[in-house]
Structures are given as C-alpha cells and as structure tokens.
Design a protein around this ligand. Structure first.
Ligand SMILES: Nc1ncnc2c1ncn2[C@@H]1O[C@H](COP(=O)(O)OP(=O)(O)OP(=O)(O)O)[C@@H](O)[C@H]1O
Length: 255
C-alpha cells in the first residue's frame, strides 16, 4: 500500500512561494494501477517527481508499506514519455542498467529478464542501439527496464503519448500483459481518457492549479480493450469529460 497523506508542494524561493499541490490524500493498494488525469498545470508531474524522490522539499507524508518513501531503499521505476534510453548503450545494456545499479550485476534475475523480453517481444533486439529502434520498440525497452527492477512503485508520465494510435494500443496491451503477471503498483499520468480507463483500476481526477484531487473513481472497465463501444464506457468517459470541463470552467471563473 502507498499512502499519500496531506501532501503539499510549493515551488519558489523564500519570498515567492507557489503552491503546486495542495493537501493531497491518496491510497494506492499494492499491485494497483492508478490513472491520474487532469488539466495542464494541475500538479500531476509534480506528484510524480515527489514519488520519484526528485522533489524532496514537501509537507505531508508518503508511506510505502508503512515506511517513509525513500528512493535509496525503495525501488522506484520510471517510464518516461521520451523513453529515457541511453543512446550509446545497446538494448540489453539499457534494460539491465537500473537493475545492475540496484542489485549488482551478478544478482540480476536472468530468467525473469528473458521472460520480460519475450513477453514484450523484444528478445530479437538485444544487440541493437536505440537509434535503430521504432518508437514502439523503444517504449517496450523502457517498460522492460522498469519491470526488471522489480519496483515497489512504477511511475509513468504520459508514457504512451508519443506513439501513434495503433502502436500505442499494442504497447498498452503488452504492458498490461506483463503487469498482470507481476502486479507492480503503478501511478500513471495521462491526458487520454481512453487510456486512463483502459489502464487504471482507479481513476484519480486532479483539479487545475493548485493541484487537488477532485474525484476518485473505481473503474469497472479496467483492462477491457474492447469496452470502447459499450454504453458503460460512454457513460464513464462522459462523466470524466464533465468533471474536467467543470474544472476548466472554474479555472476560467477563477474559483
Ligand atoms: N520547477 C518549477 N518551478 C516553479 N513552478 C513550477 C516548476 N515545475 C512546475 N511548476 C508549476 O507547478 C504547476 C504544476 O506543474 P506540473 O508540471 O506538476 O503540472 P501537470 O499537471 O503535470 O501539467 P501538464 O499536464 O501540463 O504536464 C504549474 O503551474 C507549473 O507551472
């Protein structure tokens, strides 16, 4: 369980403070995927930076299994939008990178490594360099690297948004396939309602700045790739659109 309690984040120096996150409380069950959706500037990436240990100056508490979050102790995986691959390292070297740092070269779970590569269908790309890969292949390499770390928490910041629609669906499907086997606790930011519904067991709607949580929805359509044409999908996505529109209207009104 990840517990975020009364999180407050401010940017700026001593005299000029800007509140980016204002009193966020959120529980994420072990092995759950939580989709975060909300207007631009609402503090979603800021939350991810706090969870990743990049922003250390915050108020409130973040607990992983009852312990204060600490990137030196906990394994935090990150799948960025731009794949985050090292250009001069091969696919294999890129995938092993984080796990090597965390576990040491000798302690890498080779069987798991092969399984992940196989599942993500990149086992034939081991010796290639990132520049020799398509966007979808790069993203799968990035996913493999994150899973090999066996993270306590996986963070995804618009990880699929740079891919074309067809590739995005395929990579999302492969991601879920690997996740179903290994149930990594995941926080995923997206601007895409369809992606939020497909990938998030829990849907968390953020406000505009300063970031607050305005709605948490348990998602009955999680993982259903063919739900898009259903009445339930229409209802849920309309509800999300309505909430997001309301947020934007209030922002314009200055509420
Ligand atoms: N380093 C920084 N210094 C000062 N303000 C910042 C900094 N980083 C972000 N902000 C501000 O904090 C607020 C939240 O930004 P954040 O990037 O977390 O929003 P977001 O919800 O992820 O937005 P988007 O959906 O556009 O990526 C914004 O108003 C942004 O301008």
């Amino acid at each position: 369980m990840i517990k975020i309690e009364h999180l407050n984040v401010q940017y700026g120096g001593k005299d000029k403070k800007f509140t980016a996150i204002d009193d966020i409380n959120l529980d994420i069950a072990k092995g759950e995927i939580c989709s975060i959706i909300g207007p631009s500037g609402g503090g979603k990436s800021t939350l991810l930076k706090v969870l990743a240990g990049i922003i250390k100056d915050y108020k409130g508490q973040i607990l992983i299994e009852g312990e204060n979050i600490n990137p030196k102790i906990h394994r935090i995986g990150f799948i960025p939008q731009n794949y985050g691959l090292v250009e001069w390292k091969t696919v294999e070297e890129n995938i092993l990178l984080s796990a090597k740092i965390k576990y040491g070269k000798r302690n890498i779970d080779k069987e798991y490594y092969e399984e992940i590569l196989n599942k993500l269908k990149i086992d034939n790309l081991k010796n290639r360099y990132p520049k020799e890969l398509s966007g979808g292949q790069k993203q799968r390499v990035s996913i493999a690297r994150a899973f090999l770390l066996k993270p306590n928490l996986l963070l995804m910041d618009e990880s699929f948004s740079a891919l074309d629609a067809m590739t995005r669906e395929k990579v999302q499907e492969l991601f879920l396939e690997v996740w179903r086997e290994h149930k990594v606790t995941t926080v995923l930011i997206t601007h895409d309602i369809k992606e939020a519904i497909y990938l998030g067991e829990k849907l968390v709607v953020f406000s505009s700045s300063p970031g607050r949580i305005i709605k948490i929805i348990r998602n009955p359509l999680f993982g259903e790739s063919d739900s898009e044409s259903s009445e339930d999908f229409r209802k849920l996505s309309n509800e999300l659109i309505r909430i997001l529109k309301e947020v934007n209207t209030n922002e314009i009104k200055g509420i």
